[in-house]
Design a binder for this molecule. Structure first.
Ligand SMILES: [Zn+2]
Length: 495
């Protein structure tokens, strides 16, 4: 087993004076153990890298940065994104990029930096979230917050989602700045809190609400939510750009009835009532719906499908949905099923705290996800009809929004296609809709064309690290990612 320490990386990078990175003016950054964090040396020369060797140096700098970034524990809750924001601010300040930190609450932060262009085109936003989901160290091969660089990978919670992606955005900004690339648009770097808690936070939603003036004129945004699918040998199968995602429509189901002692059953026990309602909901088959985005995505996949049946079903999914075998196969795939219908998962249940007490009400939570073009109120009315019990109330848990979609007829999309084809001859560039959601909808609703752009070619095993165990990104993928994201961005921002 090869173990590459951070120091070995620095030495391998030929940095004779790693201590010169200890600029005394650096603010006291707090790391995982409240020890000051020393920023890694800058390996990138003050020019746009041209050779493979130069891009590999950029990749190594990205790896040292990511190793530090992962070690700042931003598990949400509570997030403590302020520590991450201060680190990002110091990294940017070293290259003369000034960043503002907004603190909506103690310990919570959003960071905003802007690299100026000449204003002849509207800005592009690089959006990333600083928080990560919980990691259970007992299931990991390494400490998820050590930032270990080992076996050719940077390991740790956030290595993919999305500190690794953020570092490709960060290196893009640093490269543009160091090489003094003349820009026609401003490039905005926005790092936010509270993406992983699923709404109600003080991250992107707070920023869009409180500081629309800092974003309003933007034309494009790059965020998480894309995929570059590779096979086990690393061959890229397709580039997936996130242009649309389903919208969450989370519901509470409440049944009321007569409370009492469990030893003397009441005819309108609300728990019984709730169970009957949920049974109807669990058995409800929502209709199959083909949205334009899904039709386009499946048609693109058909071009790389080798099985003749599967190819035919993907090429014409509307026809496939009239064939019972095709329906069984397509909806048997969890992802395709979620993309072809509004879905309902019963996830929460609450009756009495005491076994011998019949409660006055019983409650359940439904995780409903709606396709683009679906009206939440119409869906709610359908569900009320399915339940058919006036003693059972169904109500949204909070604010909701119709699913959003960005067009593909844009300079940014064309830049992605061009950068993909430069790497992979005749690359399939498609638009997989997301069954989940990202923060992109906040920006799409401002009229900003927002894409999920994945920087790393991942096979299925690597992709499982997202929200799973042993999340890691290879140094090769990091190098690929910084180069790819830089190429895409430079194509639309450079003069
Ligand atoms: Zn994420």
């Amino acid at each position: 087993m090869r173990f590459v320490s951070l120091l070995a990386l620095l030495v391998a990078a030929g940095c004779a004076h790693p201590r010169s990175a200890l600029a005394p003016s650096q603010p006291g950054l707090s790391g995982p153990s409240s020890q000051p964090v020393l920023l890694p040396p800058r390996l990138l020369q003050p020019e746009v890298p041209r050779t493979e060797a130069q891009w590999r140096a950029v990749g190594r700098e990205a790896a040292t940065l990511l190793s530090q970034y992962v070690a700042i524990n931003t598990t949400n809750p509570p997030g403590n994104e302020l520590n991450a924001a201060e680190w990002l601010k110091a990294v940017l300040a070293r290259d003369g990029i000034e960043a503002q930190i907004f603190e909506p609450k103690p310990g919570k932060a959003n960071l905003y930096a802007r690299l100026p262009g000449d204003g002849s085109a509207r800005p592009l936003i690089l959006l990333n979230h600083m928080d990560v989901v919980l990691a259970s160290p007992e299931y990991w091969k390494v400490d998820p917050f050590s930032g270990a660089v080992q076996d050719g990978y940077v390991w740790g919670r956030g290595a993919l989602d999305m500190k690794g992606e953020a570092v490709t955005q960060l290196m893009t900004l640093l490269t543009l700045k160091r090489a003094a690339v003349a820009l026609k648009r401003d490039v905005i770097f926005l790092a936010t809190a509270d993406e992983e808690i699923g709404g109600g936070g003080v991250g992107a939603s707070w920023f869009v609400e409180q500081h629309p003036e800092l974003l309003r004129d933007a034309e494009f945004l790059i965020n998480e939510g894309g995929t570059i699918r590779a096979d086990a040998s690393g061959r890229i199968e397709y580039y997936g750009v996130g242009t649309t995602e389903k919208s969450p429509f989370w519901l509470d189901v409440t049944a009321r009835g007569t409370p009492g002692h469990g030893s003397r059953p009441t005819p309108d026990n609300p728990v019984h009532r709730l169970v009957r309602a949920l049974n109807r909901i669990a058995g409800y088959q929502t209709p199959l719906i083909v949205t334009p985005a899904v039709e386009r995505y499946l048609r693109d996949l058909a071009t790389i499908e080798t099985d003749p049946n599967r190819r035919a079903w993907r090429a014409d999914v509307r026809a496939a949905l009239r064939d019972t075998t095709a329906v069984r196969v397509l909806t048997g795939d969890l992802t395709y099923n979620a993309l072809l219908r509004n879905t309902i998962s019963i996830t929460g249940l609450q009756g009495s705290d005491k076994t011998n007490v019949i409660p006055p009400l019983a409650r359940a939570a439904l995780d409903v996800r709606l396709l683009p073009g679906q009206d939440p109120q119409a869906f709610l009315a359908d569900l009320v009809r399915v339940v058919g019990d006036t003693a059972v109330a169904i109500a949204p848990q909070g604010p909701n929004w119709p699913a959003t979609e960005s067009p593909t007829d844009t300079d940014l999309f064309r830049a992605i296609v061009a950068a993909a084809r430069e790497r992979t001859a005749n690359a399939v560039v498609t638009t997989p809709p997301l069954a989940g959601f990202t923060d992109s909808h906040y920006f799409r609703r401002l009229g900003i064309v927002s894409y999920g752009l994945a920087p790393f070619p991942l096979d299925q095993a690597e992709a499982r690290g997202v929200h799973g165990n042993d999340e890691r990104v290879s140094l090769d993928d990091l190098t690929f990612g910084v180069h790819f994201v830089y190429d895409v961005v430079a194509r639309v921002v450079a003069k």
